[in-house]
Write a protein that binds this ligand. Structure first.
Ligand SMILES: [Zn+2]
Length: 89
């Protein structure tokens, strides 16, 4: 009788360990998907574009990155040389 009880307890423990292993594996894979693989492309995409300041064209009012800005002698900002010429005339 004691032998049967021991077998039942052993089987229950084996089942419990197998379930625990599966859950840990699932948790690791899901956390990798959301944090590691999820954060990498997002941070890479946000990096240069989010950091760059935006300015508005004096002529048409369009917003564009400050690195593409063209200024005239009065420090007015334009989206291109065409709008700088049109604004001057
Ligand atoms: Zn413009």
């Amino acid at each position: 009788m004691r032998f049967i009880i021991l077998i039942v307890i052993l089987l229950a423990l084996i089942g419990w360990f197998q379930r625990l292993k599966k859950n840990v594996g699932r948790d690791r894979s899901s956390s990798n998907d959301s944090s590691f693989y999820g954060a990498m492309p997002g941070s890479a995409a946000l990096g240069p574009t989010a950091a760059e300041a935006m300015v508005a064209c004096t002529h048409c009012g369009m917003h564009f990155p400050v690195s593409e800005a063209i200024t005239d002698s009065s420090c007015a900002i334009f989206c291109g040389s065409e709008h700088r010429r049109l604004h001057a005339s």
